[in-house]
Design a protein around this ligand. Structure first.
Ligand code: NAP
Length: 256
């Protein structure tokens, strides 16, 4: 295993889900800028191809794979393609996720509950299930995307909040399972980040954005690159003693 103490990931391979947009795209680009080969995986083929082109423009090596994280067959095929192309897996960023339709708990349709938990929680479990055997070969790191909704309740968002809280429990338990085997597993908990998902959440209006920004002590939304920087750091040897941590990156939103 080459060292990455200085954040140099030359020779390393990073697998990123939800890479067609927002936080996943920014993180895929951040890994590429550090010299890693990147596998971008997303259900959205067009955006995923665009991310791959952006990495190629940086001079990076990348493959784009269509992958619905709720389908074990897709996840297995995407990881097989990773090994076939690059021969190894060092880092996985399990980030694909979707927002919930705003509804009080008793008004959440059963199908909506299942959709949210299936993508946001079970999808991450499936990814880890098939990534870990590959990471065990030489060690590595996993980062899962939880949310501020992983550490506080959100009115009108019980399904999303339950999935994101669950994701922190999953991360902590998996971290314990593999800490002695050279795999570190952590989570990031973003606050309001300016992505296509946030555009849907705010309705894309000035008023909607202002309402969200009013909840941020720092007075602005976060940028996807600010989450990407934390993910890349969590995968580096500088974070070698960081295990099972849920890192909140939210401009102070959840400490109020
Ligand atoms: P985004 O802009 O919507 O990007 C998410 C990507 O994941 C999209 O390309 C989406 O494709 C894809 N995706 C959806 N379902 C998938 C599936 N089943 N399999 C594979 N890919 C799938 O969202 P984002 O804001 O970057 O969010 C990324 C992660 O951060 C999510 O887990 C989200 O919950 C979390 N998060 C975001 C914020 C925020 O403020 N933005 C805050 C806290 C946590 P489609 O567009 O085709 O659905």
């Amino acid at each position: 295993m080459t060292t990455n103490e200085n954040g140099n990931y030359t020779g390393k391979v990073a697998f990123v889900t939800g890479a067609a947009n927002g936080i996943g795209r920014a993180t895929a680009l951040a890994f590429a800028r550090k010299g890693a080969h990147v596998v971008v995986a997303d259900i959205s083929e067009q955006g995923n191809q665009e991310t791959a082109r952006m990495i190629e423009d940086l001079g990076g090596r990348v493959i784009a794979v269509k992958c619905d994280v709720t389908r074990a067959s897709d996840v297995k095929a995407a990881l097989s393609k990773t090994i076939e192309t690059f021969g190894r897996l060092d880092f996985a960023f399990n980030n694909a996720g979707v927002e919930q339709k705003n509804a009080a708990t008793a008004e959440i349709e059963e199908e909506e509950w299942d959709r949210i938990v299936n993508i946001n929680l079970r999808g991450v479990f499936l990814c880890m299930k098939y990534e870990i055997p590959l990471l065990l070969k030489q060690g590595g790191a996993i980062v899962n995307t939880s949310s501020g909704a992983g550490v506080i309740g959100i009115k009108g968002g019980a399904a999303y909040t339950a999935a994101k809280h669950g994701l922190i429990g999953l991360t902590k338990s998996a971290a314990l399972d593999y800490a002695s085997q050279n795999i570190r597993i952590n989570a990031v908990c973003p606050g309001y980040i300016d992505t296509p998902m946030m555009g849907r959440f705010t309705g894309g209006t000035d008023e909607g954005r202002a309402k969200v920004i009013a909840e941020e002590p720092i007075g602005r939304m976060g940028k996807p690159e600010e989450i990407a920087a934390a993910v890349v750091w969590l995968c580096s040897d500088a974070a070698a003693f960081v295990v099972g941590h849920a890192m909140v990156i939210d401009g102070g939103q959840t400490v109020q």
